[in-house]
Design a protein around this ligand. Structure first.
Ligand SMILES: [Zn+2]
Ligand SMILES: [Zn+2]
Length: 80
């Protein structure tokens, strides 16, 4: 499944489509798709990546996209 991170509250979810914008503690979620094949927990074929800025960990089959870091600007992903 794809992995999305909200650039406002830092929520991380896996979903096949863009999640609903409701329920963000800061108003409405602004979702950014960081990878199209992965999840929030380890799965076969994925590797863990952590953002040096916001500290989020995602499990993706390739390096996640940078846009939408909740700490501002772009994520800086480091493979764990
Ligand atoms: Zn949010
Ligand atoms: Zn980040």
């Amino acid at each position: 499944m794809a992995v999305f991170i909200c650039s406002r509250c830092g929520a991380v979810v896996e979903s096949n489509s863009t999640p609903a914008s409701t329920g963000c503690p800061s108003g409405s979620h602004i979702w950014h798709r960081v990878c199209s094949s992965g999840g929030v927990a380890p799965k076969a074929g994925t590797r863990p990546f952590q953002c040096k800025k916001c500290g989020k960990i995602v499990y993706c089959s390739s390096t996640p996209a940078g846009s939408g870091c909740p700490s501002g600007g772009s994520h800086i992903w480091v493979r764990l």
